[in-house]
Structures are given as structure tokens and as C-alpha cells.
Design a protein around this ligand. Structure first.
Ligand SMILES: Nc1ncnc2c1ncn2[C@@H]1O[C@H](COP(=O)(O)OP(=O)(O)O)[C@@H](O)[C@H]1O
Ligand SMILES: [Mg+2]
Length: 246
């Protein structure tokens, strides 16, 4: 299988502490991957490196068929070439409707001002409806986003990221604070999204990871400790020791 993102031999040091140590990671174009690991393992830092927020001291981060080096690109440029990231706290425009949040997230309509001056085309409206359908908010389009439940806001934000048509979507703990039903909906939404793009999910909840039914990468002290199916990695003695704090 071809590689969409190739991270190899990456290290990052914060004030003398090596948070990421010789990390290597590959993902293909339409692949779902879960990243698990104890607190401080380097999961968020890994996403910071891919999105250009943190620069590695050494190693390579290569993107796409042309193997573009991401370590030289700005955060804005990295987002533009197709890497979307969802943070734990939703950043929807609470005063705007669900419809408008999705509309102003559509590719090439980045600024909130453009929505004021811009006449939406039938194609845009159609795209917004398709996105709302995809995230399960089709019946919430006229609602003010601020009135949505915590789970619905998270889905809206995933929809806003999908509106940008990323080739790689990075999501950090998407199920945090959700009800069991909301978690289940989040799983199916991400599984659906991974059919046409790469999705990397950092998540603590093992049941959630199990439902993603994907390859799992276990991080520990900034390196890959194990990789494979969830059953494979959870049978690994080193992984068991780390989780039991031994
Ligand atoms: N900006 C930073 N400055 C200093 N240390 C940091 C910074 N970001 C992360 N760290 C440290 O790097 C390690 C990995 O952190 P992080 O990537 O947040 O782990 P995880 O997301 O797996 O819990 C931790 O020891 C953390 O304290
Ligand atoms: Mg984290």
C-alpha cells in the first residue's frame, strides 16, 4: 500500500527532556489508525509535529506522493495541503447556525467575513446538506450552534473539518465527555470518514478503539512500543507492563 504520511526517526526535546524519541510512523491514504498510550507518552506532541506546531530536532516528516517535507512548511500551509486537526475543545461559532458554521468552513471560504458578502451557490447548499447528513446533524441545520449538546458540537466540528476536504484528519480524544450513545455515533462517523481519507484517532477509551476496528499504535516515552490489531498490542507484555505501571 502506498504511504500518505511518513514520519521517520523524529525526536523532539523540551527543555532537555526528550518527549519524542526516534519515532517512526506511516499511514496510507484511506486508513484508520488509533494511537494509544499513557499520559505523557507523546501523543499530542506527535500531532503537533505533523501539523507544524512543534518542530522536530531531527528526523523526517514526509507527505504525499511527492514526499513533501512538512518540517519546512508553516502550520497554515500544512492545513492547506490537506491535514486537518480536531482539538479536544470544540471551536464552533456559537452564535451562528449549524448551517452557517458548515457553510463558512467549506473549502476556499475561510474568513467569517466572506460569509457576510458572499452569495451561496446551490452547490454549496447541497454540500452543506451532505455534510450535515454525514455527521448526523441534518435536522439541526437552523439551530444556533451554541444550543447543541457537547456531543453534537464535537460532530459539528468534525463536519467543519471534513468541509475542508482533508486527506488526513487528526483527532485528539474525540469521545471525551460523551455519553455512550454519543460515543457510538462518533465511532461510526469516523469510520465513515476513513473510507475516503486517512484518520488518526488518539483515544483512551479501549471500547471506543475496539469499535474503530483498526490498526493500533502504542506510544510510550515518545517511541512506538507496539503496533498491530488491538488484540495483538494488548497481548504484548511490554504494553501490559506499561498500562499496569510496572
Ligand atoms: N510545550 C511543551 N513544553 C515542555 N514539555 C512539553 C510540551 N509539550 C509536551 N511536553 C511534555 O512532553 C511529554 C509528552 O506530552 P504529550 O505529547 O502531551 O503526551 P500525551 O498527549 O501522550 O499525554 C510530556 O512529558 C509533556 O510534559
Ligand atoms: Mg495528549
Amino acid at each position: 500500500m502506498s504511504t500518505l504520511l511518513e514520519v521517520s526517526g523524529v525526536s523532539v526535546t523540551f527543555d532537555g527532556y526528550r518527549a519524542i524519541r526516534n519515532l517512526s510512523f506511516n499511514i496510507g491514504p484511506a486508513e484508520m489508525r488509533a494511537i494509544i498510550g499513557p499520559n505523557g507518552a507523546g501523543k499530542t506532541t506527535f500531532m503537533d509535529i505533523v501539523t507544524g506546531k512543534t518542530r522536530p530536532d531531527e528526523g523526517r516528516v514526509l507527505w504525499g506522493e511527492k514526499s513533501i517535507s512538512l518540517t519546512r512548511l508553516s502550520e497554515a500551509k500544512i492545513a492547506q495541503i490537506g491535514i486537518g486537526r480536531k482539538f479536544q475543545r470544540p471551536t464552533v461559532f456559537e452564535d451562528q447556525s449549524v448551517f452557517d458554521n458548515l457553510l463558512l468552513s467549506l473549502k476556499n471560504k475561510r474568513s467569517p467575513f466572506s460569509v457576510l458578502f458572499y452569495r451561496k451557490t446551490p452547490a454549496d447548499t447541497e454540500r452543506v446538506h451532505a455534510l450535515a447528513e454525514e455527521i448526523g446533524l441534518a435536522d439541526q441545520l437552523p439551530r444556533k450552534s451554541g444550543e447543541l449538546s457537547h456531543g453534537q458540537k464535537q460532530w459539528l466540528e468534525i463536519g467543519m473539518l471534513l468541509a475542508q476536504e482533508p486527506q488526513l484528519l487528526l483527532v485528539d480524544e474525540p469521545a471525551a465527555g460523551m455519553t455512550p450513545e454519543e460515543r457510538e455515533h462518533t465511532t461510526s462517523l469516523l469510520v465513515q470518514a476513513a473510507k475516503t481519507r486517512a484518520v488518526v484517532v488518539v483515544e483512551h477509551d479501549m471500547e471506543f478503539v475496539r469499535r474503530l476496528d483498526c490498526r493500533v499504535t502504542v506510544l510510550h516515552e515518545g517511541s512506538v512500543l507496539a503496533e498491530g490489531s488491538l488484540d495483538h498490542v494488548t497481548a504484548n507484555q511490554q504494553v501490559i507492563d506499561v498500562y499496569l505501571g510496572r
